[in-house]
Design a protein around this ligand. Structure first.
Ligand SMILES: [Zn+2]
Length: 89
């Protein structure tokens, strides 16, 4: 499910200098209300699926804490996917 394609703020990120997978120093966590500096960039779609609230549809930046949260959430996701593959409808 993809939502929020209408309010586009990724242009701001482009100005900051985005390089796929790499993190420039000084980039902050993309999770709303989080001010920590980011350690990882992840496709925004994945981050929103994991249940984190972010302000971008391109590349999301996560701080250490939110990256942990993201990893936890994606683990859960995989369990759900397994269910689907087993034909539970
Ligand atoms: Zn954060």
């Amino acid at each position: 499910m993809r939502r929020g394609l209408s309010h586009c703020r990724w242009k701001v990120l482009l100005k900051v200098g985005v390089c796929m997978g790499k993190i420039e120093k000084g980039i902050k966590c993309s999770v709303s209300s989080c001010e920590k500096s980011a350690i990882r960039s992840i496709a925004a779609g994945k981050v929103t699926t994991a249940g984190l609230k972010i302000d971008t549809e391109r590349r999301a930046y996560l701080c250490k804490d939110h990256y942990k949260e993201f990893k936890k959430a994606t683990k859960k996701d995989r369990t759900l996917e397994k269910w689907r593959h087993q034909g539970v409808r």
